[in-house]
Design a protein around this ligand. Sequence first.
Ligand code: FPP
Ligand code: MG
Length: 308
Amino acid sequence: MHSRVRSWLDRAYERLLRRDIDDGPDHVAIIMDGNRRYARERGDEATAGHREGSRTTEQVLRWCQDLGVEELTVYAFSTENFDRSREEREHLFDLIESKLREFADAEGVHENEVCIRALGQVDRLPDRVCEAVDYAEGRTETYDRFRLNVAVAYGGRAELLGAARDTLRAVEAGRLDPEDIDVDEIDRRLYARPVRDVDLIVRTGGAERTSNFLPWHANGNEAAVFFCAPYWPEFSKVDFLRAIRTYESREASWRHTRTDRAVALVRAVAGSSLVETREVVGRLREQLPRGGAEELSAELDHKDRTAE
Ligand code: FPP
Ligand code: MG
C-alpha cells in the first residue's frame, strides 16, 4: 500500500482506538522482545536491532505521557541475558549506558519531571553502566510526575529471593516479628521502592510468556497481559493503544464479576447479617461500574423490604 495512505489510515485508526480509552492503566511494564530477529530479517547485526529497539523505547515513553500512564518499566537486560555472547553483552551495556545518559539530559524528561530508576542487581553490571545509573537517578531523583524504571540485571526470582533473605535476617536480628510479615514488609525489601503494582504487561515478538518479569508487582496484582507479534523495533502506537484497550476491557469484565459476586452475597444473607453485609457492600460499591452499583442498591432495598 502507498506509504502515505497507510500512515493516514494508521492515524485514523489511532484516533478511533484513543476514543475508546477511558481511564487507562497507571503502570505499564514492557518485555521488549524481537530485536535480533528484526535485524536478522534485514540482513543486519543483532546490535542494529537493539539500537532500533531503543528508539521505540523513547517513543513509548512519550506515548505513555500523552495517555496519562504514570509509570513505565522496561526490561532492558535480564539475568538470563548475562549468557549472551561477550560482544552482544558489551554492545547492550554501551547502549544502556548511552540511553540512560541521554534520557537524563533530555529536555522532555525535565519538562515532564520524569524520575528514572534502575531495578535489578545493578552491582553485577560494568562500572560504566553503574555510573550512568547513578547519573540518571541523581539528575531526576526529585521528580515525581512520571516514573521510568529500567530493569537491568533483573530477574523476578532473584528479586523475591533477595527479599526473603532480607526478611529472615531482620527476624534473626530481632528487628522483625514473624507475625508482622505482611505485603508491605516484603514490598519494601524488593529492588526499588516505590513501584506501583503493574496494571498491564506488554510483550512484543510473538512469544506468550512473561519470563521472570515482576512476579510480585504484576502477577500478584493480576495484571492484564498483552502479547503481540511485531518485533520491538516495529511496535507502533496502534499496537500500544490495542494493549491499553485489552487492559480496559479486562478491567470492565472484572468490575462486572465483582458486581455479580456482591449481588450474590446480598442474596445469600438473611435478616441479622444484613447490617454487616451493608458495610461490606459499601466498600465494594466504589469498585463497581455505575450500573453495578445501582443493581446492588436495588438488591439491598429489596432485601430490606422483604426482611421487615
Ligand atoms: C530483546 O530482544 C531485547 C533485549 C535483550 C534488549 C532490549 C534493550 C533495549 C531496547 C535498550 C533500551 C535501553 C534503555 C536504557 C531503556 P532479543 O535480543 O531477545 O531479540 P530476539 O528475541 O529476536 O532474539
Ligand atoms: Mg528474545
